[in-house]
Ligand binder design. Structure first.
Ligand code: S3P
Length: 179
C-alpha cells in the first residue's frame, strides 16, 4: 500500500476542498477524478451526462480509478460521490491507499449545494428526496469502502482537515511540516 489518501462521500461533503488542503499540507499531488474526466473529454460533467448518459460517465470514472490503482506515486485523491457504486472501484480505492469517508447529513448537503448547477443528478428534481434516496443507496457503500469515517456536519473544511491530520498522525507518525 502506498501513502495515498482517498476521499469518498456524498456530493457537497467537501472532498475537493479538503482534498486540496490535505494535498498542500502533505505536499502530495492532488488528483480529482471528476477534474480528470473533464480534462480528458474537454467538456463539463453535465455535458458528458447529456451526451453519454450516466453510464458513459461511470465508464470513464471506472477507467480512471483503475488506472490510478496501477500507479505507485502517493497522491491525495478526491472522488465523485458515485464512485463507490462500482465494486471494482471500491476494491481499487482501498488498494490505492487510506480511504476516508467524509460523512455529512442530507440537511448539511442541502445547505451547501442547494443552488448547484454542475451536478446532473441534482437537476430538475426534488432535491431533498433525491439526496435522501442517494444516501440510502450509498451510505453503506461509503462505510464499507472506507478505512475511517470523519463526520463533517457543522464543521468548516479547516476543522475537518485538522481531524484528518490528527488521525493520520496517530496511524503513521508525525505529518511532515510544510517547508
Ligand atoms: C456524482 C457526484 C459528482 C460527479 C457526478 C456524479 C454522484 O461529484 O462525479 O456529478 O453520482 O454523486 P461530487 O461528489 O464531487 O459532487
Amino acid at each position: 500500500m502506498t501513502g495515498s489518501i482517498i476521499l469518498i462521500g456524498p456530493m457537497g461533503s467537501g472532498k475537493s476542498t479538503i482534498g486540496r488542503l490535505l494535498a498542500a499540507r502533505l505536499r502530495l499531488p492532488y488528483v480529482d477524478t471528476d477534474a480528470l474526466i473533464v480534462s480528458h473529454t474537454g467538456v463539463d460533467i453535465p455535458t458528458i451526462f447529456e451526451i453519454e448518459g450516466e453510464s458513459g460517465f461511470r465508464e470513464r470514472e471506472r477507467k480512471i480509478i483503475a488506472d490510478l490503482s496501477a500507479q505507485s506515486e502517493p497522491i491525495v485523491l478526491a472522488t465523485g460521490g458515485g464512485a463507490v457504486l462500482d465494486p471494482a472501484n471500491r476494491r481499487h480505492l482501498r488498494h490505492i491507499g487510506w480511504v476516508i469517508y467524509l460523512d455529512v447529513s442530507v440537511d448539511e448537503q442541502l445547505k451547501r449545494i442547494r443552488h448547484d448547477r454542475n451536478r446532473p443528478l441534482l437537476q430538475n428534481t426534488d432535491l431533498d428526496i433525491r439526496l435522501h434516496t442517494l444516501a440510502e443507496q450509498r451510505n453503506a457503500l461509503y462505510q464499507e469502502t472506507a478505512h475511517w469515517r470523519v463526520p463533517g456536519d457543522g464543521l468548516r473544511s479547516d476543522q475537518v482537515l485538522r481531524r484528518i491530520l490528527r488521525r493520520l498522525q496517530q496511524r503513521t507518525g508525525p505529518i511532515p511540516t510544510r517547508g
